[in-house]
Ligand binder design. Structure first.
Ligand code: AHR
Length: 495
């Protein structure tokens, strides 16, 4: 049996945890919107055609923000297609995913959906085929007071009150040659700055997210980020980052060490932010928005054959994928001083832990880690001191067997500790010690684990990987010992 020590000092604070770290992403891609969010034919649909079973699951997981409408889709989208009377909305050939877009769900339907699940909307403006004028017009349509063309158009469409959308993305993955209307570094930076200017003239209270590199493998990473930031620093509030984790090599020990790579990615961009802030002699602060993240490698299908709501990228997640998701959430807490927004891509059917099949709904293993961290990481992230046994990996060398994050809320006294055991075969007994304003007891715990990293839930066998409840108990001198099984994620809740 391996052993570890975890010390949690409530005064050793990394930063305040932004609730917006627990966000989602909805794209017009495959069956995410149609048959996922919006499915008027389904007996599960409410009066607006939204699936109540899906909304119930999303509320259970607790999303604070929702990014929409893409993704690659965004860069060919004319938002005017998706507003106004539904029978007048055009059916279009959608280029990014080569599907038929009916436009039956658009900006106003999305606002209604966000209200129902208590999430803030985050809208993208098209900087591919779109102009800066169209971008500014969308801000006017959503946030403008009555009395001008686009604000009045909103009124005509049945929405008198402004939607007051605070968070806006300046395009999507504009460094990617796959992007409709892909731009070079300088061209994007200038277009983003000019769009930002007009958008903020319409509503100075909005917060803008600049496109960073699509991922850390891009040949222009991190130069793209530096150039875009230097051009737009004073106009923007966040820099976006995207990353999809893979295990194409079928190398589970390395895959289970993905947090190493994720932290490197954040650290490089945090360094870039500091550099640009110093270089521009600015007092303004820009943070990171990890607005697309997920495991994605089993189903990369992206061409819909010009059909409506095709099955695209319907990834089937297993236990090892769930343990990577759990580490991702740990990284969010450990980097919460610089990382303020994150959106999992996507929330249903497409690259998602939630699948619909007719009127059924399937929760895959990674559904649970998100739910637990999103619902229980509150207040401050703590700089946990961890002495863990180490394990060898091909891609990352020697890494700690335990991956840990922790939170403590001084307002309520509640604490939470999140522990991944990466070992494929060994139990680890962790001695957890709270210091200073220590909680008094372990209220409860949740755990997922299993012997097989490739075990996954399916519609026929939905209960292969399901949560186990751990009993609460009083702490003995602020400490307690817990044995975590191999291939596990444990969320411990203290009060
Ligand atoms: O989420 C799927 C796609 O992945 C998004 O459209 C794009 O931004 C990313 O490449």
């Amino acid at each position: 049996m391996l052993s570890a020590k975890i010390y949690l000092d409530t005064n050793r604070i990394i930063g305040e945890i932004s609730p917006l770290l627990f966000g989602g992403f909805i794209e017009h891609m495959g069956r995410c919107v149609y048959q996922g969010i919006y499915d008027p034919q389904s007996p599960c649909a409410d009066e607006a055609g939204l699936r109540t079973d899906v909304m119930g699951a999303l509320k259970e997981q607790g999303y604070a923000i929702m990014r929409y409408p893409g993704g690659n889709f965004l860069s060919g989208y004319n938002w005017l297609d998706g507003v106004g009377p539904k029978d007048k909305r055009p059916r279009r050939r959608e280029m990014a995913w080569q599907s038929i877009e009916t436009n039956q769900f658009g900006t106003n339907e999305f606002m209604g959906f966000c209200k129902k699940i208590d999430a803030q909307p985050m809208l993208g403006v098209n900087l591919g085929t779109g102009t800066i004028e169209q971008a500014a017009a969308l801000v006017e349509y959503c946030n403008g007071p009555a009395g001008s063309h686009y604000a009045d158009l909103r009124g005509l469409h049945g929405y008198r009150e402004p939607h007051d959308v605070k968070y806006w993305c300046l395009g999507n993955e504009m460094d990617g040659p796959w992007q409709i209307g892909h731009l070079g570094m300088d061209a994007y930076a200038t277009k983003a700055r000019e769009a930002a200017k007009l958008m903020k003239w319409h509503d100075p209270s909005i917060k803008l997210v600049l496109c960073g590199s699509s991922n850390d493998r891009m040949p222009t990473f991190p130069e793209w980020d530096r150039v875009a930031l230097e051009t737009c620093w004073e106009q923007v509030d966040y820099l976006s980052m995207h990353y999809y984790a893979t295990n194409l090599e079928d190398d589970t020990p390395s895959f289970l060490a993905t947090a190493q790579r994720l932290e490197d990615f954040v650290d490089t961009l945090a360094g870039t932010l500091r550099y640009v802030k110093a270089r521009t002699r600015s007092k303004h602060q820009v943070y990171l928005s990890w607005d697309e993240w997920q495991v994605w490698y089993k189903d990369r299908s992206g061409r819909g054959g010009w059909t409506e709501a095709p099955h695209l990228s319907e990834e089937n997640y297993d236990l090892q994928d769930a343990l990577v998701v759990a580490q991702w959430l740990n990284v969010f807490l450990r980097k919460c001083d610089v990382l303020k927004i994150a959106c999992v891509a996507q929330v249903v059917n497409v690259i998602s832990w939630l699948h619909t099949r007719n009127d059924e709904l399937l929760k895959q293993a990674s559904f649970w880690p998100f739910k637990w961290v999103s619902n229980h990481a509150r207040g401050n992230a703590l700089d946990a001191w961890v002495r863990s046994p180490m394990g060898e990996t091909k891609q990352y060398g020697c890494v700690p067997v335990l991956d840990v994050s922790a939170s403590h809320d001084p307002a309520t006294g509640a604490g939470a500790v999140f522990v991944v055991n990466r070992s494929l075969s060994e139990d680890v007994t962790a001695n957890i010690v709270w210091q200073n304003d220590a909680p008094k007891m372990l209220k409860a715990g949740y755990q997922i684990s299993g012997d097989d990293p490739k075990a996954s839930n399916s519609f026929d066998r939905p209960d292969v990987t399901v949560p186990r409840l751990l009993n609460g108990r009083a702490l003995d001198s602020n400490a307690f010992a817990l044995t975590v099984p191999p291939l596990s994620f444990t969320a411990l809740l203290f009060e």
